[in-house]
Design a protein around this ligand. Structure first.
Ligand code: AMP
Length: 336
């Protein structure tokens, strides 16, 4: 029989590889100090409504009662081996990513078979929530100004992940781009990100949502950072036109969708959009991954330069406020 790859002591402490997690939070073993132990305790967290569901987790709003701080808590059952391994990957990434365009991580707690990952609460929800609310309320799609800002921040986050952390996110989609009432835009859900070591440039495994996947990935070929750029292109088109750009998606037909992504020309934005925006999307959706520009290249694209914060005084916070009202009107936002 296989030995379990983690230990769970009678006092309820979860130990795997470099991590020791219990009701008091997370600490490293082997003498390596983990930089951020903020002293969160499970009994101080009041878990509230469900904000969303991931592939293997539930995200709830929570309040840290001593400080009255709002938080998001991702709850994952760790008795399942795949989930446990996913969690460990996620923890590593979260711990090493303190960056303004990535959702910040506060702590991780373990109790009675469940892992509680305590995250910054993004009170504006995700771009997927905004898309649904837009459809339900019959409101227009976000303006190019807003989309330019979203593209710029997401590219900045991806550039950091790719260049500094050597990680492919692997699940860039509207549900993983989060907003807050300060007008900030951040990438979340690193559960599917895999660390690439310096000698191995490709991801060999296949995880994640198919609809936003690059042709090379869907085709079973090795894929790398460029795959995230494709997913961003699909995300931007969907936000701009208010619907997923491949028709097979709506029919929920996986095999037709697969064939469309692999064999059809890539989707593009209609003429009504600016040439700069259309070109950015065209670049992201270059079918040949070798020819697809990197996040660093795209940060220099004219569409991104046009929407640089110093040039366009767009009040993102105001836009998020409007979206929050829209989500309330569409009744897709749980009452606070
Ligand atoms: P995930 O499991 O990370 O894909 O999250 C599923 C959904 O939960 C997302 O699409 C968001 O709607 C919501 N969510 C995740 N993380 C947060 C957060 N930090 N703040 C607010 N909502 C979140």
């Amino acid at each position: 029989m296989d030995q379990p790859s983690f230990t769970l002591s009678q006092s309820g402490t979860f130990v795997k590889e470099d991590f020791v997690i219990n009701r008091q939070g997370i600490a490293a073993v082997g003498g390596t100090e983990v930089a951020r132990v903020v002293g969160l305790r499970l009994q101080d967290l009041q878990l509230l409504e469900v904000l969303g569901k991931g592939a293997s987790s539930l995200v709830r709003r929570a309040v840290h009662t001593p400080s009255q701080t709002e938080l998001a808590v991702k709850v994952i059952n760790v008795f399942d081996k795949d989930k446990r391994d996913q969690l460990l990957r996620e923890l590593r990434t979260l711990y090493s990513s303190a960056f303004p365009w990535l959702v910040s991580f506060h702590d991780c707690l373990y109790d009675e078979g469940a892992m509680y990952i305590v995250l910054e609460y993004m009170d504006g929800g995700s771009l997927a929530d905004v898309l649904i609310a837009t459809q339900l309320t019959g409101s227009g799609a976000p303006s190019e100004l807003v989309l330019g800002r979203i593209a710029a921040k997401t590219l900045a986050g991806l550039n950091y992940l790719h260049r500094e952390r050597h990680q492919v996110h692997r699940d860039i989609k509207p549900g993983n781009i989060l907003l807050n009432s300060r007008g900030e835009i951040k990438i979340s859900d690193f559960g599917l990100s895999a660390e690439l070591d310096s000698t191995k440039e490709m991801c060999a495994t296949f995880i994640g949502t198919h609809a936003y996947m690059s042709p090379e990935r869907l085709g079973g070929k090795p894929y790398s950072f460029a795959s995230d750029i494709w997913s961003l292109g699909i995300t931007l088109i969907e936000c701009a036109i208010g619907q997923f750009p491949y028709t097979a998606y709506n029919g929920n037909n996986y095999f037709v969708l697969l064939s469309q992504i692999l064999n059809d020309p890539p989707p593009s934005l209609p003429d009504a959009f600016s040439p700069e925006f259309r070109d950015l999307v065209l670049q992201c959706l270059t079918k040949d991954a070798e020819q697809r520009p990197s996040a660093e290249d795209l940060l220099k694209h004219p569409f991104i330069a046009m929407h640089d914060e110093s040039l366009s005084p767009l009040d993102m916070a105001e836009w998020v406020k409007i979206c929050t009202q829209m989500r309330k009107d569409a009744e897709i936002m749980p009452p606070s």
